[in-house]
Write a protein that binds this ligand. Structure first.
Ligand code: F1X
Ligand code: MG
Length: 279
């Protein structure tokens, strides 16, 4: 049987690189900053423009109504993002908008594709590093066409963990996040890091640079592509309570193995985040 998702996969790689070039060019000009859910949840004309270019290119290539789309910048106007069985592109045109605005060089184009609610492939292009991470279900994970694998560390005391502070500035939430980070540091672990983009954070797990990345508050478009890349690199994906990974839940634990995941999960204080699908 013809491999029907190879063409969209190859196209996702191509369009991610084009989008990355647009982002790099835009970074050389003055960036007008707007805000979304709060004063520190930033968005720029580049986020909106790049998403339109990606979706427009996909529609031109595969047909106007062939596929569905969940894109960060168009989602806001549409209400809850419901993932159906239909072939669906899940897109974050600029993951790390705050970094883009500040010139902090970790900004990723994240493009994933799901069919029957199963993620088929993920592409993450870290455009200032010029590193393209990609993976298709069942076919391994790659960075610039070199196979990547998670680290084999099982001892939490020899691990580096990634997490993020997010954009929620509610004092109780910030207190919980900081308390979780403190508990993890005091295990102790070698260190806690964060690139400011979930997609890139997950690629750091996939290539074995760190052992785990978790966050409460991410969206499906931040993590969909990284989820395929982590899984195909031999990693594990879970809910932050150790249950099954739920793409629309706004929370995620990704790690090199279950031992590390479970040990970090013990330190996470969970706070509520409204689901992407509104359920
Ligand atoms: O709005 P953006 O830039 O597309 O994405 C938001 C984001 O960068 O912020 C979080 C850091 O808290 C990341 O985990 C997530 O990817
Ligand atoms: Mg974004």
């Amino acid at each position: 049987m013809a491999d029907e998702w190879q063409d969209p996969y190859d196209f996702a790689v191509e369009v991610a690189k084009i989008a990355g070039k647009i982002i790099r060019r835009a970074a050389e000009e003055e960036i007008k900053v707007n805000t979304k859910s709060c004063t520190v949840d930033l968005v720029t004309a580049t986020d909106v423009r790049v998403e339109k270019i990606i979706i427009g290119a996909i529609k031109e290539k595969f047909g106007e109504d062939t596929h569905c789309f969940i894109g960060e910048e168009s989602a806001a106007a549409k209400g809850p993002s419901v993932l159906t069985d239909k072939p669906t592109w899940i897109i974050d045109p600029v993951d790390g908008t705050t970094n883009f605005v500040h010139g902090f060089p970790f900004v990723a184009v994240s493009i994933a594709f799901a069919v029957n609610k199963e993620l088929e492939f993920g592409v993450v292009y870290s455009c200032f590093e010029d590193k393209l991470y990609k993976a298709r279900k069942g076919k391994g994970a790659y960075c610039d066409d070199e196979k990547i694998e998670v680290s084999d560390i099982k001892d939490i005391h020899k691990s580096v963990v990634i997490s993020e502070f997010g954009t929620n500035r509610n004092v109780d939430v910030v207190t919980e996040i900081c308390a979780t980070m403190k508990r993890i540091l005091l295990i102790p672990v070698h260190g806690i890091r964060g690139t400011g983009t979930a997609a890139t954070n997950m690629c750091m797990v996939a290539c074995g640079a760190v052992e785990a990345f978790f966050e409460i508050g991410i969206h499906c478009w931040d993590v969909a592509a990284g989820a395929v890349i982590v899984q195909e690199a031999g990693g594990v994906l879970l809910d932050v309570d150790g249950g099954p990974f739920d793409l629309m839940s706004r929370r995620m634990m990704s790690a090199n193995n279950r031992t590390i995941a479970d040990r970090v999960i013990k330190e996470i204080k969970i706070f509520p985040a409204e689901r992407d699908d509104g359920k």
